[in-house]
Design a protein. Sequence first.
Length: 362
Amino acid sequence: MRLLKNIAVLIAVLLIVGCEANGEESSEVIYQSVAAVQVYERSEFAVTREFTGVVVPARSTDIAFEFGGTVEFMLAAEGDRFEEGDLLAQLDTALLEIERRQLQAQLNEARANLRLAMANLKRQKSLESDGFASQQRRDELEAARDATKASIAQLQASLDGNEVRLQKAHLYAPFSGVVGERYLEEGGSASAGRPVLRALETQRLEAHVGVPRSLAGHMKVGQLVTVRVGETVIEAEVLAVGAELKSRSHTATVRIQLPVQQLMAGSLVELELVDSISATGFTVPQSALTASLRGLWRVYVLAPAGDGLHKVEARDLQLRYSGESEAFVEGGLSDGELVVTQGVHKIVPGQLVRLVDSGKPS
């Protein structure tokens, strides 16, 4: 019996000690730690916008012969590179060569006739001095001389024209570049002005981008802009800003010089422009936002509660712009307030928290 009493007393003592220990533990309150940033009202916010364009050669042209004929040689195929002045194609010049020989023979005959006319005229003048020739005969010889000179001039002009046609029967590269497309083959019939091949200049590339009038009006020649082609980010220079809007897109074409020559014509390019929008509101980190009711968004603000603690308050506001890392919001906030930036899903309005980090003002 005495043993049972001792056991009961020991159990009672243990219970009392346990209750005291539990009481001590329950008196220690652990407060949630949060990070926050101070926000200030702004009268405008910047939005980064992207506009799509295309990479084009600085110069491109369809090359054609000035007169018709049969294509004898095509010395450049699609994709071939060439230098300025290289021979790209040639017409059959057999008929032009025959015409040249004919004209040269006629010119030689006319020159011989001129020498004969000059000799006859010289003899006529000698006879006149001796009184054995008439003035009429002299006039006839001078007229024959002048007609022969005119014939020589005409034949020489025809020879010059033949030489020009012989030169133009050869198609030379107007600049260094690459053949974009070949329209004819050897033996094909080339018409005057009909394209034979398309030449693209690859040493200088441009991007042509359509930009809304509100932004294009603020762009200037020589301005440096950021463009992206695939994964390549390039700093480029504005060459020109279009003076008229396209009828379909209502955008102005901006020409941008690309310093990278390894790009391919026809590639898509993204132009990044910063657009400043006038509006009153606050910039907050994206991580501070949570969805609320009726299309609104919510942030949590910290109000001082003493002893280094802050009380959580909920504020509903309108989202004006959402970027990758920041958002611009209207209403619900005041200058200098602390907005919780991390762990918003772990806190509720009215909760006391401890501030561990205060970010730079936004």
